[in-house]
Design a protein around this ligand. Structure first.
Ligand code: C2E
Ligand code: CA
Ligand code: CA
Length: 297
């Protein structure tokens, strides 16, 4: 009974607006699957089976790359495990701390390599997703300081992406740390904007530089007028507050045109580039460099 009660409490905590739940035998099967995934995740992490992919971010008018977002990939043998499956688990167990620390260091190190290898990358930026659990970790700032020191990346070329929902649920705990990160000149971006409560108070209270409009609104733009109005209103607000705008999940020429008309500055999506492995992205940068400067070796 105690074990069943514990599983039910655990399941209840996973659903934010649920105050009670009734034990169900599926909870047990679910818990053992999660345990297995957790063990596999730790083993594969030690075996260096995690890697980062990078998706270019483009200027909406120039369609030239202005930066990259690092996105974690876990291949268990050849099978890709979805981020939506293991990241929530890693957040729950705390494993997101070693995983996120590795991801942050790896993305900075890779970005610095590219800055010295490809002249066009020297002025770009790198966006790194961070979980709120990472933000609450006491030695985060010393890790950031260490990485800034060893890589020598100008901090204003690093941007941390934090999801709106995570912000909303932990506003008080992370205000201070966000201010301290900002005092190091690192930029902050609200990810998946529009999916939480989009409270104006956190735009006011937190030092955010960029809003990334969630892809659900972008994909809706060609289907319904409401999405267009939401995307337009977010742009108006961001312009008034002097906050940069990114639209993610841009998949069609029609969406691109609409975003250009609405004066979006930067865009990201399969239309222009998918997330790529290091080798694929280097190839891509090389080709781009040749296209723009044919005389380059
Ligand atoms: P996100 O930060 O919102 O990342 C955007 C997701 O949309 C990525 O999925 C990307 O591959 C996908 N995407 C990009 N362009 C398009 C498009 O045009 N259409 C569609 N339909 N999708 C597009 P991915 O890589 O599976 O990542 C899922 C989520 O996992 C991310 O969502 C982010 O919240 C989280 N994540 C990824 N890497 C990390 C990480 O290193 N640390 C943490 N804490 N979270 C991460
Ligand atoms: Ca993101
Ligand atoms: Ca997003």
């Amino acid at each position: 009974m105690l074990q069943a009660a514990e599983l039910a409490v655990h399941q209840c905590r996973r659903s934010p607006n649920t105050s009670y739940t009734i034990f169900n035998h599926e909870f047990k099967a679910y818990a053992s699957r999660q345990l297995e995934l957790d063990n596999q995740m730790r083993r594969d992490f030690n075996d260096r089976k995690f890697q980062l992919y990078y998706q270019p971010i483009f200027g909406a008018e120039t369609l030239k790359i202005v930066g990259f977002e690092s996105l974690i990939r876990w291949y268990n043998n050849t099978q890709l495990i979805s981020n939506f499956e293991f990241i929530p688990l890693a957040e729950e167990t705390g494993f997101i701390i070693p995983l996120g620390t590795w991801g942050f260091g790896q993305a900075c190190w890779q970005f610095q390599q590219w800055r010295s290898q490809f002249p066009q990358v020297a002025s770009m930026f790198i966006n790194i997703n961070v979980s709120v659990i990472q933000l609450m970790q006491p030695n985060l700032l010393s890790q950031i300081d260490h990485i800034l020191k060893v890589t020598e990346i100008p901090p204003q070329q690093i941007q941390l992406e934090i999801t709106e929902t995570a912000l909303m649920n932990n506003a008080e705990d992370i205000t201070d740390i966000l201010k301290q990160i900002k005092s190091r000149k690192i930029n902050l971006c609200i990810d998946d904007f529009g999916t939480g409560y989009s409270s104006l108070s956190y735009l006011h209270n937190f030092p955010f530089d960029t809003i990334k409009v969630d892809k659900s609104f972008i994909s809706g733009m060609e289907r319904d007028q409401k999405s267009v109005e939401i995307v337009r209103t977010i742009a108006l607000m961001a312009n008034c507050l002097d906050i940069n705008l990114v639209a993610e999940g841009v998949e069609t020429q029609g969406q691109l045109r609409q975003l250009q008309n609405l004066k979006y500055q930067t865009i990201q999506g399969y239309l222009l580039a998918q997330p790529m492995s290091v080798a694929a992205l280097e190839d891509y940068l090389q080709r781009q460099h040749h296209n723009c400067c044919p005389e380059a070796g």
